[in-house]
Design a binder for this molecule. Structure first.
Ligand code: ADP
Length: 503
């Protein structure tokens, strides 16, 4: 049952670049300047691998949020960004991406210190994906176009009618702590391509890379006020942003609970809203698969990023004829995900992000046990040094249990059997969520039939969490509103205007 630690549980010393970033004065990035909070209030930055406070960030007050919104408003209204030739905007966005790539090592380390994810994994995944999203979206800046349409009820040639695409205005972007830089760049990239100006609020647990990103904003040559970065608490700074009358659009990624609060807050002034929220994604394993390779994939689907990913494959449905072997295989691969300090290269998985998150996840495991689930792997923590939770697999579960119904956001898998595809489609859809799903089979017909039956924004075949900037991403049901990424994600930052001129 145990998951063995691989080596040392001691976090190595930080590099001098990381120490420098941690030593910066807590401040907010408004109008291309670093300003200190007037209240002097700060939030501790904690390394989840050590539980130690390693830095402080500013906790923005209402007044400072208002300043940031005013800067973005001014920058939008005077046309210093929207008015630039699209190619100039495209080049600046590429430049920002290049600066991320140039500082990849430092950013990966900061992500590891702040979030707890492994630095090597961040260097191989988070940082290139962040630059990649900016590069992809930069191209849209020069490709957005409207169309010319003939009115249906007017004689031909009597009117000249066309459709314009215009940026929606000031975008408030509120992001979570699980992929700090990916989330920040994923939000700003389409907004910049569309011509919006931005106030970005990273999560209070993980603001370090967003602050470094702000340094690069100046170097890339963005005019003041186009990208503002404010750090602060959700209930105060986040709430102020999502209700601010000068904000035209709110884009949020985070929990479904907070998504609903933000949606309600934005309703008063009918702001445009996109929400990317929670999930409880099914992993469906058909009987014809190569169990060994699927077990490795299913383990990665749930244990990657310590399960702190909105599309985590947290509900495993394996056909009854292969169930025992699949669970055994995932349990074996769980050993490859033994958690350890984020700067130790031998661990793929780090601690959870916070004390709160560790308690929450352990609480779910306890509730599973109380409700009758059996633990076949993990269920405990390898060390008190950080917020570690071992990869955990629960069986003997039923659809009414909390561990099956609710998003855990940790390395906890619940495994169930099924008999036929109608049954598994129904079970997979028996959730409030609909963000991602994967189907593992060699049978193409089964693959496509399940892909159409499962109600979720992404369905993966023989892979999981395959998220790409060129493909729309978002949720059915309570997993969100709207789609991000692809041209659809740029559209989400645009208004559509019909111009009809009598000739
Ligand atoms: P999680 O539950 O995964 O910690 P949250 O949904 O609470 O994530 O937080 C995601 C982001 O939303 C963070 O930047 C957080 O500060 C912000 N946030 C939290 N509560 C609110 C709120 N009431 N209004 C606006 N933003 C909020």
């Amino acid at each position: 049952m145990n998951v063995m630690p691989k080596n040392s549980m001691v976090q190595p010393e930080y590099s001098s670049a990381a120490k420098k970033a941690l030593a910066r004065r807590p401040s907010l990035f408004i109008n291309n300047e670093w300003v200190e909070s007037k209240t002097g209030k700060t939030i501790d930055v904690i390394d989840p691998s050590t539980r130690k406070v390693v830095s402080q960030i500013a906790d923005a007050s209402n007044e400072e949020i208002d300043r940031a919104v005013a800067a973005a408003r001014q920058a939008f209204d005077d046309g210093r960004w929207t008015g630039l030739p699209p190619i100039a905007r495209e080049q600046m966005i590429h430049k920002l991406a290049d600066l991320i790539t140039e500082h990849a090592e430092e950013l990966a380390e900061l992500e590891a210190i702040d979030n707890g994810k492994n630095a090597g994994v961040a260097a191989g995944m988070d940082i290139p994906a962040s630059a990649g999203m900016l590069h992809y979206m930069a191209g849209w800046a020069t490709k957005i176009s409207g169309s010319q349409i003939d009115p249906m009820a007017a004689p031909s040639g009597a009117f000249h009618a066309y459709v314009r695409k215009e940026p929606v205005g000031v975008a408030a972007q509120i992001v979570p702590w699980n992929f700090p830089l990916i989330m920040a760049t994923g939000k700003i990239a389409p907004a910049l391509a569309a011509g919006c100006t931005i106030v970005l609020k990273p999560a209070e647990q993980t603001s370090l890379t967003a602050l470094r990103l702000a340094d690069f904003v100046v170097q890339a040559g963005f005019p003041p006020g186009v990208i503002n970065v404010v750090t602060g608490l959700g209930e105060t700074a986040g709430a102020r942003l999502s209700t601010h009358p000068d904000v035209d659009k709110v884009a949020f990624t985070g929990s479904t609970e907070v998504g609903k609060i933000i949606n309600r807050a934005a309703t008063d002034s009918l702001k445009r809203v996109t929400l990317e929220l929670g999930g409880k994604s099914p992993v469906v394993v058909m009987p014809d698969v190569d169990v060994e390779s699927v077990a490795a994939g299913a383990a990665g689907a749930i244990f990657f990023n310590a399960g702190q990913i909105c599309v985590a494959g947290s509900r495993l449905f394996a056909h009854k004829s292969v169930f025992d072997k699949v669970v055994e295989g995932v349990a074996k691969h769980a050993d490859d995900w033994a958690p350890g300090p984020s700067l130790c290269p031998e661990y793929r998985m780090g601690p959870l992000v916070s004390d709160e998150q560790q308690k929450r996840v352990m609480g779910f495991i306890e509730s599973g046990k109380k409700e009758g689930a059996s633990i076949v792997k993990g269920g405990d923590s390898p060390s008190d040094a950080g917020y570690f939770v071992n990869p955990t697999i629960l069986v003997d579960v039923n659809p009414n249990m909390k561990v099956v119904r609710e998003e855990i956001f940790g390395p906890v898998l619940v495994a169930q059997r099924f008999d036929d595809i109608d049954e598994v489609a129904k079970a997979a859809n028996d959730t409030l969520y609909g963000l991602g799903a994967s189907v593992w089979t060699k049978d193409l017909s089964t693959m496509h039939r399940l892909a159409s039956k499962i109600k979720s924004g992404s369905v993966w075949g023989n892979c999981h969490s395959m998220i790409d900037p060129a493909l729309p991403f978002g949720g059915y049901k309570q997993s969100g509103i709207g789609r991000e990424q692809s041209s659809t994600g740029v559209e989400a930052y645009m208004e559509t205007k019909s111009v009809i001129i009598a000739l």
